[in-house]
Design a protein around this ligand. Structure first.
Ligand SMILES: Nc1ncnc2c1ncn2[C@@H]1O[C@H](COP(=O)(O)OP(=O)(O)OP(=O)(O)O)[C@@H](O)[C@H]1O
Ligand SMILES: [Mg+2]
Length: 599
């Protein structure tokens, strides 16, 4: 991998090893190379002297950082369970990994305790700025913190994902105390995770800041277009991310969810009272917008859709701690539903699920969550439909999802094309199945009325049985799978067509009643026309019964044929083939002497 390095930094590293600053730079890169869970794979090349190293790991950020360290000459070469080998500016050194406090999305940082070749024990930590600034020894390094904060602000405004890296040297007694506790916790049977977390919290303190990194998290192809299509289709798109507010806003702009003409309402507070105040203010602002927009419009309008101004709500994870699961939830819901864009940043995995639940429990709307990382699993499971993106962050999201895909943009065909077709087919099939069964049952019923409830049947049991199993089943299935009301290209070009589902156009009470009325009159026709036609003749009731069965099959299949929108040869075969099969079956049933229709 080609990395563009900073010549000044390289020079500092290579020339002046006694310089204090150079030592810190070296520590920074050592932290990047050691404080991760990357596994290096050494690959052979054609030239036997040259080897390639491939860094494999669950976190693309860590991979990027390890590559960056390597390009400055601090190359992670080998990892076993007990140590790592790092090539430090051409000199291979072994660092013992004495302990690793894993990253989790709630702590938002990870650390390793490393036994260095010079027999010192060091703790390297890296994590999100919000979590790192809490454990940094601020009094000692105010200047450093200020400078780092300024850099972080710059990076995140560019949309880069930021990490802060720090370290501390552990004294021997401190290390021994930690080691005892760590060993005890790692072998604990109950509550191991919590124990390890508290040990990590104890040791990760008074950290000396080493530096910060900014990593570009490229959007996949077609994300802005996909989001635009989904919004045109009447869906509300919310971003829930673990990233910093500035990064999230910048990504919001780059995926065109946020635009310059939007009014942003930011809720970023550190106490319940201030959250309450912000929410009340936000609610007042949404009301103002609503009033402004409803003047001159006879219909109620979303506050966010008033002429020109669109509202965007930006909520920070810190504030969500005070809002979710409390009475403020209701207000957040009100504000959020009035805004056309909602962006939540620095949210922990469970908060993501909490936000999905906020909508799911209060409305009848369907929720869909899409994500690619382990931190999205809980929201994917909470949503009505969970979609996992098969990306670089491991397979956990995919394993927890209902649908999985390689790219975000495939959500558009999934919803707008297959979602639409499925809805149309399911709606039609449910109505049609009620109709076809009602038609047949009503024909039987008219016969019962005609015979004054004598409990005789004209249609043989075989025909009654085969009516659903054979005579009418296959065309229904084939049409239910293959019929399309609109073509894929039309559905993709006009996302608004998705609205037919939101408006319940294909399956509703009116359609159901109409269908039943249709079944009623068609069954009357099917019953009485053969009856009047053969009333005077000498044919027996079972022959008339066959006629009724055949007529029912022809009528319901003709109805299906009239409703089909796109014919293809498979549908032709099944619709007409079924009618032919019915005739053949009736002949067979009537000509086999053991069957009741014989004679
Ligand atoms: N391997 C890691 N080591 C240390 N810190 C990390 C690591 N991965 C992520 N972080 C920090 O923790 C924060 C939260 O991470 P999390 O995985 O919950 O969300 P995210 O990856 O930022 O966003 P998204 O929700 O879009 O996946 C990140 O923004 C980053 O600052
Ligand atoms: Mg992530």
């Amino acid at each position: 991998m080609a990395v563009r390095t900073d010549p000044q930094l390289l020079k500092l590293l290579n020339n002046d090893s006694s310089n204090e600053e150079a030592k810190l730079v070296l520590e920074f890169f050592l932290a990047l190379a050691a404080c991760n869970t990357i596994v290096p794979l050494v690959l052979d090349t054609r030239d036997p002297k040259q080897k390639l190293i491939d860094y494999q790991g669950e976190s693309p950020d860590e991979q990027a950082l390890a590559y960056a360290a390597a390009s400055y000459g601090i190359v992670l070469v080998e990892r076993t369970s007990g140590y790592v080998v790092i090539d430090v500016l051409g000199d291979r050194q072994r660092f013992d990994i004495l302990g690793l406090h894993e990253f989790d999305s709630d702590r938002k940082r990870m650390s390793v305790i490393v036994g260095c070749p010079d027999k010192t024990v060091k703790l390297y930590v890296k994590g999100a700025d919000s979590s790192m600034f809490g454990i940094i020894n601020k009094s000692l390094e105010l200047d450093n913190v200020r400078a780092t904060e300024a850099h972080l602000h710059k990076y995140s405004s560019l949309g880069l994902r930021t990490l802060v890296v720090g370290m501390r040297e552990l004294s021997q007694p401190e290390f021994e105390e930690w080691q005892l506790a760590y060993e005890k916790a790692s072998t604990a049977v109950l509550g191991r995770g919590n124990l390890l977390r508290s040990i990590a919290a104890n040791v990760e303190c008074n950290i000396h800041i080493l530096g910060a990194s900014g990593i570009e998290d490229k959007l996949q192809d077609g994300v802005p277009e996909a989001i635009e299509s989904l919004r045109q289709a009447g869906m509300k798109v919310w971003i829930l991310t673990g990233d910093k507010q500035e990064t999230a806003i910048s990504i919001g702009y780059s995926c065109k969810l946020l635009t310059n003409d939007m009014t942003q309402i930011v809720i970023n507070n550190n106490s319940k009272e201030s959250c309450k105040r912000s929410l009340e203010e936000a609610l007042a602002r949404t009301k103002e917008h609503r009033v402004a927009s409803s003047i001159g419009s006879p219909y109620p309008v979303l506050a966010s859709e008033s002429s020109g101004t669109v509202l965007a709500l930006i909520v920070d994870g810190n504030s969500l701690v005070y809002i979710l699961e409390t009475e403020l939830q209701e207000e957040l819901f009100k504000v959020a539903t009035e805004c056309s864009v909602v962006l939540c940043c620095r949210v922990a995995p469970l908060q993501k699920a909490g936000i999905v639940a906020l909508i799911k429990n209060r409305t009848d709307d369907m929720t869909l969550a899409i994500g690619d990382g382990a931190n999205d699993v809980s929201m994917i499971q909470m949503a009505d439909v969970g979609v996992g993106i098969n990306g670089q962050e491991g397979g956990q999201a995919v394993m927890a999802s209902d649908f999985s895909m390689g790219q975000f943009r495939f959500l558009v065909p999934l919803l707008l094309v297959h979602g639409h077709w499925n809805y149309q087919r399911m709606g039609y099939m449910i109505l049609y199945n009620f109709y076809k069964n009602a038609t047949f049952v009503l024909v039987l019923f008219w016969y019962v009325l005609y015979t004054s409830f004598t409990l005789t049947t004209a249609i043989t049991e075989w025909s009654s049985l085969l009516y659903t199993v054979l005579y009418t089943s296959l065309p229904t299935i084939v049409v239910g799978i293959l019929d399309k009301d609109l073509s894929k290209s039309t559905l993709l070009a006009y996302p608004k067509l998705y609205g037919s589902g939101q408006r319940n156009e294909k399956y509703n009470l009116n359609l159901f009643v109409l269908n039943m009325l249709e079944a009623l009159w068609q069954s009357l026709v099917v019953f009485y026309i053969p009856y009047f036609a053969y009333r005077q003749s000498t044919i027996g009731m079972s022959s008339l019964g066959d006629l009724w069965a055949l007529a029912s099959v022809i009528v319901v299949n003709m109805q299906l044929a009239m409703d089909i929108i796109r014919w293809n040869w498979i549908i032709h075969v099944f619709v007409w083939g079924t009618i032919a099969a019915t005739v053949i079956c009736l002949f067979v049933i009537d000509s086999i002497w053991v069957l009741p229709g014989y004679g």
